[in-house]
Design a protein around this ligand. Structure first.
Ligand SMILES: [Zn+2]
Length: 119
């Protein structure tokens, strides 16, 4: 879901930041806006015309309430993701695999998961 299409639902600091850039986007200020949105947990893409689109909330490990740590020496950590949240995690450094099962590990999400994520 492109959050730019649901602008009023964004946190006010995100709205204010985006509004402070006005309508006149260039590659340079798209990059600057990306840099400033990152600590707020948001990211977007922009096209050849330097128009931002596909604004998404970038999820991180803190957004999970169900992380499994394997009991063996590897202490490998993983969780499950529903398809919507897997899409949101695609921009992160984590590795997402298909064929997950169980309930999505994101806080407050109780959708059946279809993906695994490795931490
Ligand atoms: Zn989910």
């Amino acid at each position: 879901m492109d959050l730019l299409e649901n602008f009023e639902a964004l946190p006010i600091e995100v709205q204010n930041l985006i509004n402070s850039f006005g309508d006149d986007f260039t590659y340079d200020n798209c990059n600057l806006l990306l840099t400033k949105l990152k600590p707020l947990g948001y990211s977007f893409e922009y096209g050849l015309d330097a128009t931002p689109y596909n604004l998404v909330k970038v999820l991180c490990k803190n957004d999970f309430d169900d992380i499994v740590t394997d009991g063996d020496e590897s202490a490998h950590q993983w969780s499950q993701l529903c398809s919507g949240h897997a899409e949101q995690m695609e921009k992160t450094e984590y590795h997402i695999q298909t064929h997950g099962s169980g309930i999505c590990g994101i806080k407050g999400c109780d959708v059946e998961s279809e993906h695994y994520i490795d931490f």
